[in-house]
Write a protein that binds this ligand. Sequence first.
Ligand code: ADP
Length: 322
Amino acid sequence: MKRIGVLTSGGDAPGMNACLRAVVRRALYDGLEVMGIRRGYAGLIQGEFFPMTMRSVSNIIQRGGTILETARSQEFTTQEGRKMAALKLGEANVEGLIVIGGDGSFRGAHSLFMEWYIPVIGVPATIDNDIYGSDYTIGYDTAVNTALESIDRIRDTAAAHERIFLVEVMGRKAGFIALEVGIGGGAEEIIIPEVKTDLKAICARLKEGKKRGKTSAIVVVAEGDEAGGAFQIAEKIKASIGLDFRVVVLGHIQRGGKPSARDRVLASRLGAAAVRAINQGEKDKMVGVVNGKLVLTPLTDSWEKKKKLDKELYDLASILAK
Ligand code: ADP
């Protein structure tokens, strides 16, 4: 292999730049040429390629977002769109593609491989951490820390006014962010999609806590819980039990910002591992870290298999919230 391409796709995550830096520098170190592709699959179809050098990735390891930019492309979900993408890669003599993104991006990469036999390697980057094949995804640690900072501030106000706060964090259909934010922020309750929500029991425990002398409470809610978003849950509780909640939806502030040390290190390891894998002839795989070790997983497993939430950690949260 002489030349590879790299793109960032789907939702942005802190650490994508650190990963890109590792891809470029490891590839050049190994004697490969690297083409950067702007705006994810949209840019791939448009042929927005440019050669990358050691200096193209100077001074970006600490920056959030992605210097390649990211996009969502409807066209790439069609065979016609992927044919155009394969054509552009061929014209630019790009022999392999590294895709930094989430499971949607991996589905697209897998189709490109199946239809055009272009070697693709995925690098998991999403704040949600909901990808099988890696214990952690790039951006998750930063998002947890960002949300935690907000929780600490909210706790000050909750304590000062003796209030109950319902704080909604991101996570799509997964409770990974909510669970760690809940544990780290000392939340009284954690509401996640993986565990059936019993609002009555939650309220009973909150009232119980008040009797035991708790003057404030924080309830962390994962977006995508079956009981609804934070506002809906607050409404339901108010209507049935009469407890009044203040609601905070953290939203997109969790997505950007400087990547944490953990995310920079993870991104650097995974970026370099992706280059090594593609250079060794691996294809249609995702790089990940499991139990501290670098591993490759078939791309299809990354979305077909479900990463399990740590139930022990969830149970611990309720013990510590007493
Ligand atoms: P993420 O990678 O963060 O999960 P998306 O789900 O938005 O983000 O996916 C990013 C892009 O990947 C989409 O805009 C689309 O071009 C492509 N993609 C997503 N799902 C598929 C699919 N099932 N088949 C082909 N391409 C897909």
